[in-house]
Design a protein around this ligand. Structure first.
Ligand SMILES: NC(=O)C1=CN([C@@H]2O[C@H](COP(=O)(O)OP(=O)(O)OC[C@H]3O[C@@H](n4cnc5c(N)ncnc54)[C@H](O)[C@@H]3O)[C@@H](O)[C@H]2O)C=CC1
Ligand code: BAL
Length: 473
């Protein structure tokens, strides 16, 4: 592979083969400023923001239909760019993205303002208005799906949106922008700016005109963006960041049999564990630990590793060699310090060209080790045991993150206590789930800040509240 990086282009490389797919523009800070100014003018023109909401909805519903028409193309773009198994893209990412656009299109005219009780001399009308020019900075693990989580509510609310896809995975967002134009979205309402995070992304974060910015990615970059927002114009920032989510199995969890093991596998290894809600810490009641470990490890060994384009593949490559090195280093350091690797670890017999790392199950990880504490973003889970609910709770919350958790038990009281006291934005009971489009999604602690995705609450990050006080006599 030859990649010639001019300052103005960015290489998109297939993680399964290492081959160059294409190059896209690396948008400079000056070009970002011009795009922001264009968006400002389009917003001010009212061509979108003042369109009757039913007409905005109609355009977005047409966009959802066109995404459905091009589902195969969109799935292939994300699969090739990110190394995600094509079946996962076809059955989960793309349908989820279509649903996001359609749901927010339909929700747009169902979110009203309020009228304050007022008094004999006044009446308060409280409305939600679009912010204006807004931005979305996206990760590479769910390129289209995360774009749709942000495009849906931002556009339905009447904003002009600038989207910065991740360096590795720009093509589905670019295709989406083409579909939006075909659906009748006025020019300048949705702009995709490909480029480097430190240049293109930073220019959006520092822009004095961008009024709101929604980010999904690492906690470190989220912190940087928040600082840039404060140093520029105090834009409204919402951050969806990392996780180290627990899967808590109480003593009766095996009542759920194979269903339990299937959900555990999905939680741990979906998208090769490169998932913000990955259930990367399995916590098992001592009394069932041996049996669960044996069944879980056996199921992990059966996962089909291979070419993401093959519909049978369940585990593709990691996003790049740097990710592979990071994951491998953490696992080998744990092994050197006494951890036991039940399956996985340094790969043997896997495809040589991509950064393939096998599903890996670890016990006896040393306290404080990276495999226990850091978001590895790879197919690696640690297994720990507990003997009491209090201990389970302690272990579940022993992390700086707070994105998700799952709890398995038939004991309703225990499930409700754990769901109440685990510090995470979404706790699923007897399932691994992020909820559905109607439920808010956002992290606690260092996993999230400033707003949620999905549900009508997502409109909060893309709108501003205004009070109009009318004097009455
Ligand atoms: N929570 C999640 O869903 C995700 C978490 N991550 C975590 O982050 C680790 C590193 O992955 P990266 O791709 O480097 O994540 P990242 O957080 O650096 O990148 C995410 C997005 O932010 C942009 N970006 C980077 N620096 C920026 C800056 N200074 N200002 C504005 N935008 C900027 C990137 O171009 C990309 O579009 C992963 O291994 C994983 O642990 C990464 C992606 C998604
Ligand atoms: N699982 C969807 C959110 C994310 O991984 O970024």
């Amino acid at each position: 592979m030859t990649t010639v990086e001019s300052p103005a282009t960015l290489s998109v490389v297939n993680p399964a083969t290492g081959e160059l797919i294409t190059t896209v523009p690396a948008t400079s800070a000056e070009e970002v400023a011009k795009a922001v100014e264009r968006a400002r003018q389009v917003f001010a023109s009212g061509v979108w923001s003042r369109l009757p909401v039913r007409e905005r909805s109609a355009v977005l519903l047409r966009l959802a239909d066109l995404m459905e028409r091009d589902a195969g193309i969109l799935a292939r773009l994300d699969s090739e760019d990110a190394g995600k198994p094509i079946t996962e893209c076809l059955t989960s990412d793309v349908p989820g993205a279509v649903e996001s656009i359609r749901w927010f299109a339909e929700a747009a005219d169902k979110v009203f303002g309020r009228i304050a009780p007022g008094g004999k001399d006044g009446l308060g009308l409280m409305s939600r208005e679009p912010v204006g020019v807004v931005a979305a900075i996206l990760p590479w693990n769910y390129p289209l799906a995360m774009t749709a989580w942000k495009v849906g509510p931002a556009l339905a609310a009447g904003n002009c949106l600038l989207v910065k896809p991740a360096e590795a995975t720009p093509r589905s967002a670019l295709h989406l922008a083409g579909l939006a134009a075909e659906a009748g979205l006025p020019e300048g309402v949705l702009t995709v700016l490909t480029g480097h995070g430190s240049v293109t992304g930073a220019a959006l974060a520092r822009s004095p005109v961008v009024g709101a910015l929604s980010f999904t990615g690492s906690t470190g970059t989220g912190r940087r963006i928040l600082k840039d927002a404060a140093d520029s114009n105090f834009k409204r920032v919402s951050l969806e960041m990392g996780g180290k989510s627990p899967q808590v199995l109480m003593a009766d969890a095996l009542a759920y049999g194979d269903e339990l093991i299937d959900h555990m596998i999905e939680a741990a290894f979906l998208t090769m564990g490169q998932n913000c809600t990955a259930g990367s810490r399995v916590l098992i009641h001592n009394s069932i630990a041996d049996e669960v470990l044996e069944r879980f490890t056996t199921a992990a060994k059966r996962l089909v590793i291979g070419d993401p384009a093959d519909p049978r593949t369940q585990v593709g490559p990691l996003i790049n060699r740097a990710a592979f090195d990071r994951v491998a280093a953490a696992v080998e350091a744990a092994r050197a310090d006494g951890a036991r690797i039940h399956t996985g670890g340094l790969p043997h017999g896997l495809p040589q060209r991509g950064a393939y790392y096998p599903p890996t199950v670890i016990t006896h990880a040393p306290e404080g080790s990276d495999v226990l504490t850091k978001e590895l973003f790879g197919p690696v889970v640690t297994v720990q045991t507990f003997t009491s609910e209090d201990e389970a709770m302690y272990l579940a919350n022993a992390t700086e993150y707070g994105l998700a958790a799952s709890v398995w038990t038939r004991d309703l009281d225990a499930a409700l206590r754990l769901a109440r006291d685990i510090q995470a934005g979404v706790v699923s009971v007897n399932a691994y789930s992020e909820g559905d489009i109607t439920t808010p999604f956002g992290g606690w602690k260092q996993s999230g800040f400033g707003g949620v995705e999905k549900s009508t609450n997502a409109f909060d990050q893309w709108t501003r509240e205004k009070t109009v006080w009318i004097r009455t006599r």
